[in-house]
Design a protein around this ligand. Structure first.
Ligand SMILES: *Cc1c(COP(=O)(O)O)cnc(C)c1O
Length: 354
């Protein structure tokens, strides 16, 4: 499929990289392709960034047939533009799509569309330390119909947003609260997808946590309310007595690209790691017995987010003295070093935008 490119006649002025926030400013162009049953994906275009005109009855708005992805483009010190394992994101987008009855999108085509869009808006990739260009691919149902059935029409789009450094004053440990009332997902549901509905369902717990002075929620499994799943919108790792433990992928957990990368890096350091079920009681027991060495979340936005404390029913369990563990810091330095092209890339994860 060819991609038609229509360049803007009114380029916007670039934001001050010092004051960038997350996802508030968008670049000059967007990618958009259409799908229709019987015809497949067609009309792939790069257009000036602009609002869409949509019928009020489109199915995505009513029944949440909508999926997204998130990755970043990094500017290396020598000016090259780098992506981190982007093929993993488009594979995962198709796994999400499959679960939500959204048609398959050729992964090579999606990556080519992204590369074209990045080349069009390459001047928007900021170069200040820690900044990047956040990439948001998404697919949503556009059939005009109120009957509940898989839509027969879709749009696949990519938009870009320059974002600031996640940690303005360096790595920062966060206070986490264990959520006992609400759940994010259950096995058999859509927890393993980046379906839009997963984020609507998590807002209430997040709001409650923040109202009580916590940064994020530690989600437990939706059936037994006993096993650890994720922290906010990040995967989670704990180092207990020399071994790193992370919840195994059971269908209710999002398979993070950062999670997969962290697992490989930890193994390459010769540190034992197991993917298994871990109960909140096991975790808090380890903390009380002095065996819980550190904990951190992993995700594209923060890369590594050290956990300073866990709270449950008003009791606070401090981890790593409330500071940043050695492993958390080491993984953060190594991953960001690979992403920005400062450190060797032994696993061949980085793709240059050319
Ligand atoms: C996106 C996401 C993650 C992290 O995935 P990455 O690919 O590492 O960015 C983890 N958990 C949830 C719920 C997510 O939505």
């Amino acid at each position: 499929m060819d991609i038609d490119i229509q360049l803007t006649r009114n380029p916007k002025s670039k934001p001050d990289p010092e004051t960038l926030e997350f996802g508030k400013i968008f670049t000059d162009h967007m990618f958009i392709a259409e799908y229709e049953e019987g015809k497949g994906w067609y009309k792939a275009e790069i257009l000036p960034y602009a609002p869409l005109e949509l019928d009020p009855s489109i199915m995505a708005l009513h029944y949440a047939q909508s999926v997204f992805e998130g990755l970043k483009c990094y500017r290396a010190a020598d000016g090259r533009l780098l992506l981190f394992r982007p093929e993993m994101n488009f594979k995962r987008m198709n796994r999400s799509d499959e679960r939500l009855c959204i048609p398959y999108i050729d992964e090579d085509f999606a990556l080519r569309a992204l590369m074209e869009l990045l080349k069009t808006d390459k001047d928007w990739v900021p170069s200040l330390d820690g900044t990047s260009l956040y990439i948001r691919p998404f697919v949503f149902a556009t059939e005009r119909a109120l009957g509940v059935h898989p839509s027969r029409q879709y749009k696949f789009m990519i938009i870009l947003s320059p974002v600031g450094a996640y940690y303005k004053e360096g790595l920062n440990p966060v206070r986490i609260v264990i959520e006992d009332e609400y759940v994010r997902s259950v096995r058999g549901g859509i927890g393993f997808t980046k379906g839009a509905a997963n984020y609507a369902i998590s807002l209430k717990g997040q709001e409650k946590a923040q109202a009580n002075g916590f940064t994020q929620v530690l989600w437990l499994d939706g059936v037994e309310r006993k096993y650890i799943e994720e922290v906010g919108t990040m995967n989670v790792f704990f180092k207990i007595n020399g071994e790193v433990v992370t919840p195994m992928l059971s269908g209710s957990i999002l398979p993070g690209v950062t999670r997969d990368s962290v697992i490989q890096l930890i193994k390459s350091r010769g540190i034992p790691l197991s993917e298994r079920r871990i109960s909140v009681d096991e975790l808090l027991d380890a903390q009380e017995n002095g065996r819980l060495e550190e904990g951190f979340g992993s995700g594209t936005a923060a890369v590594i987010s050290p956990i300073g404390s866990l709270s449950r029913k008003g009791r606070e369990f401090v981890i790593a003295g409330g500071g940043i563990g050695e492993l958390s810091r080491g993984l953060y330095e190594q991953l960001t070093g690979i992403q920005y092209g400062r450190l060797p890339d032994p696993f061949g994860w980085v793709r240059e935008v050319v």
